[in-house]
Design a protein around this ligand. Sequence first.
Ligand SMILES: NC(=O)c1ccc[n+]([C@@H]2O[C@H](COP(=O)([O-])OP(=O)(O)OC[C@H]3O[C@@H](n4cnc5c(N)ncnc54)[C@H](O)[C@@H]3O)[C@@H](O)[C@H]2O)c1
Length: 434
Amino acid sequence: MKISVMGTGYVGLVTGATLAETGNQVTCLDLLEEKITELNQGKSPIFEPGLEKLIQEGIRTGNLKGSTDIEDGIVESDLTFICVGTPSEKDGSIDLNYIKSAASSIGRALRHKEKKHTVIVKSTVIPLTTEEIVLPILIKKSGWKREQLGVGMNPEFLKEGSAVKDAQEPDRIVIGSADGLSLRVMRSLYKEHKCPKLECSPRTAEFIKYASNSFLAAKISFVNEMANMCNSWGIDFKEVAEGMGMDSRISPLFLRAGAGFGGSCFPKDVKALAAAAKSDNVESKMLEATLEVNELQPQIIVQMAEERLGVLKGKKIAVLGLAFKPDTDDVRESRSEIVVKELMDKGAEVVGHDPEAMDNFKELIEVNTAPSVEETVEKADCVILMTEWKEYTKINLKMLRNRMSGNVIIDGRRAFNPEQIEKAGFDYRAIGLG
Ligand SMILES: NC(=O)c1ccc[n+]([C@@H]2O[C@H](COP(=O)([O-])OP(=O)(O)OC[C@H]3O[C@@H](n4cnc5c(N)ncnc54)[C@H](O)[C@@H]3O)[C@@H](O)[C@H]2O)c1
């Protein structure tokens, strides 16, 4: 199939590269020249395991290319995926400006095309957006009759850090179609995928994405609230989680307590859904509580540092992990941003480190970083683990003890073995440790 992808970010790039791998001819479109130039040189503009190799393979076979010529990219394809960003407005509601502008560009380009065309929204959008915003724009700007267009919604569930594998082998595919054409196109596109597929309306597809992300975010906040109680009662939440996870209705996944959820999806999607519910006068108490607990968690990390070190002014604190999760360079809504800012505001001398995300993080906060873990922890009074990259969880404790001035370790992700850490002479604190 000839496919164009509007928006060459985390989702667009992974979608484009994996669809090219399965034999489709894909053009990734973006307004940003430098992203497209890198893509055409076989370089990935983002860090995502396995992505660069897939891009190089796509460029080599000729199945994948990038372009800033949006009109040509649309006209030369039969199917367009919309993968542009859907950030938050100041009040948390969804900002649909990129979606509207992408739909307008596609519509204008269709004026130069005669054959039918299908447009599928992959970006995360509030229910009714595809049918009531994207479709009318497409019709107005193209001047086409409704029957010429296929319109659908196919939410993306990939996780940064394992995005390529998630896109190649998804748990499920949700096919939201507003007409027969989009249904046929998506059935054909995904016919080789063996996972369960759910066919539904675009609005149901849109809501499945929000309900899924909100459920996962609520599970994290619930676990964190339980873990905070454990801290007062001398109970280790890790054992509690083990016991809870033995119930197949609960599942052992997503039961790790910590500094809270970040990233480009959970915080923004929960906020957007809460705002949408509010504007339609529907109660969303669970969503509000999910966000409130999440705001609390980074503060608990800072409080732990204060409890251990006293006044933070002048104390050297090494923060390991700046990305919102391991195996990504994405720092959007990273909990490290809140912790680092708070520590710096209190006068601590912060040095940060991340294997992939240091440059992106420095665009958020001007913080000192060091090129290696060894240099980061040198003479530190306290080390705070914020992202469980393997190189941190397997850190050489002897090296750490020798390099640090103090001995406080605060584990924001419950990633260390408390016995080993304490045996090595550290004063170890973690959320839900008891
Ligand atoms: N990142 C994730 O893990 C993830 C997972 C599932 C769903 N999503 C959803 O997918 C969507 C995209 O997320 P992302 O993280 O890939 O965003 P991103 O910010 O990484 O990428 C968006 C890209 O779209 C481009 N763009 C904006 N307007 C454009 C236009 N009119 N024409 C062409 N290009 C345009 C931007 O330049 C940017 O490169 C969002 O709705 C997000 O919620 C993201």
